[in-house]
Design a protein around this ligand. Sequence first.
Ligand code: HPA
Length: 297
Amino acid sequence: MRIFLSLISILMFFSSLFADDYFSTYFDKVDTSSLYLKETTNSNPKLLIVLTAGVEGPIDEMKDIIEVDSKDIPYFPKAKAQGHAGKLIFGKLNGKDIVLMKGRYHYYEGNTPQDVVFPYFVLNALGVESVITLNAVGGISQSLDPGDIMLVTDHINQLSENSLRGLSIQFPEKQFTDMTDAYSFEYQTLAKNVATAIDIELKEGIYLATQGPNYETKSEVKMFRAFGADAVGMSTVFEVLACNFLNMKVLAFSCITNKAADLHEGNMCHEEVLESLNQMSPKLSKLTTALAKEILN
Ligand code: HPA
């Protein structure tokens, strides 16, 4: 028994060493990674657009494009989800540096929450101050239909995890992140004005994130509706936590690809999500392009 207990404490000692190492070396890796991107691209983007599967964003209007594969960037997580390419695309929009992330990183792929937000720390170190992010969701609110774009006004974290755990504590003066303006109110107003000007209808609502990778049960959706959620997805919240920690302004659009489980007819599948995104792609690209120009202005 005594030998067994000693073995356990030795194991715990080594695992605590490892955990500590992960968090304390995190920011050295951020520096290495951002230095690599600086040397490879010579770009100083102020705006990042995170694209969801099938959506191109402003790429057609960008000049001097440099694509960087995430597998070539030191310490970057590898994109594994179907439809997510795993590329950073640097270029100029109206003469201003911008970066697109084609393929996001999800918790359900097996990444740690801190892996998921690693690119945001890196891109912030490179100069990014604003983030527009897209995601796919199931519509919980009766008023949301497939094809709708929902401007995210706030979120509910049902991931049971936190991407700032172990990271923010290393900055004693900003351990506890304010989330009262999590989705920049200023950018929300801008988004509504831009959408009206280019004749794109925007709905509004609260995004709730689950871990995935399963779709919700009908009972879970009913509970989320009672919580006040309008749409459910499997991403974005970890990233928005990191952005707020880093004082980057965030704007998020949820693409309603399907009705959530308890309103959905028949089984749910990823093909339906990808098909919806493909159909919505032109208006999402138009919206993100117009907004990006305004933000970079
Ligand atoms: N639930 C969770 N994530 C999703 C859904 C959904 O219904 N649709 C697209 N992403």
